[in-house]
Ligand binder design. Structure first.
Ligand code: DC
Length: 229
């Protein structure tokens, strides 16, 4: 099995920026599992399906045709859904809420997890998967597991910055409230709730520069990949 890194944690903990840099530095493929759930949500939304439409949602998962581009030098990645570039369309607040609601459904998770495993196992370079349940459910035998956290206020502040960089209007209080709702749902769902694996390295990123967090994880990855005999 190729070397696998699991990076989990709540929204806004810095997972995405950290994961992309770590994947690029270590030389493994980056798999944004949240984007996979988002692509499914976008497809369902466009078909006017709701969370209650289980019968129609389940086949959508097995038909999901998604493709990630490799990371660019500036750590950007595009996501294609049925050949269409949906990189930005999956990031709206509406899709974020719908994704969170859809990802509670066990059959949806089952299908998306199977897709994640297939992507990672078929990649000889090894993979870094970023998500919520990678270290606990998707790859419980990952070579390195990281759980990234940060205070709710710091996480909301980072999200606002992210939205603004995308040219989207964002209100701090609204983002914070939205995040509290999503956190509660992601942590309390019966199937694969958000929690650190017992053997994960838990890193609180408050007050740490991005590079410091990245360096720490890259060092851990190097140690785990080539353990000293
Ligand atoms: O990381 P993100 O914000 O793009 O994730 C979008 C939603 O998908 C989030 O509400 C939680 C869910 N998700 C999940 O349940 N399991 C994952 N491995 C990744 C994301």
């Amino acid at each position: 099995m190729p070397f696998t890194i699991a990076i989990d944690g709540p929204a806004g903990a810095g997972k995405s920026s950290v994961s992309r840099r770590v994947a690029q530095t270590v030389g493994v493929t980056y798999i944004d599992t949240g984007a996979m759930y988002r692509a499914l949500a976008l497809k369902a939304k466009r078909m006017h399906l709701g969370v209650e439409d289980h019968e129609s949602l389940i086949p959508l998962v097995s038909e999901l045709k998604i493709k990630f581009s490799p990371l660019s030098e500036t750590y950007q990645q595009s996501l294609f859904l049925d050949e269409e570039d949906v990189t930005e369309a999956i990031r709206t607040p509406e899709i974020s809420q719908f994704t969170s609601a859809l990802s509670v459904i066990p059959d949806v998770r089952y299908g998306v997890v199977a897709l994640q495993r297939e992507l990672a196992r078929n990649d000889p370079r090894g993979a870094l998967l970023e998500g919520r349940d990678i270290g606990t459910v998707v790859f419980p035998d990952a070579g390195l597991k990281i759980f990234l956290t940060a205070s709710p206020e710091e996480r909301a502040r980072r999200r606002v910055e992210q939205f603004r960089r995308l040219g989207l209007a964002a209100d701090y209080q609204e983002v914070l409230q939205d995040q509290i709702i999503r956190d509660a749902r992601d942590s309390s769902r019966k199937d694969s709730p958000l929690k650190a694996a017992a053997d994960a390295v838990v890193l609180d990123t408050d007050g740490f520069a991005l590079d410091e967090v990245v360096d720490k994880i890259v060092k851990l990855a190097d140690e785990r990949r080539s353990p000293i005999a």
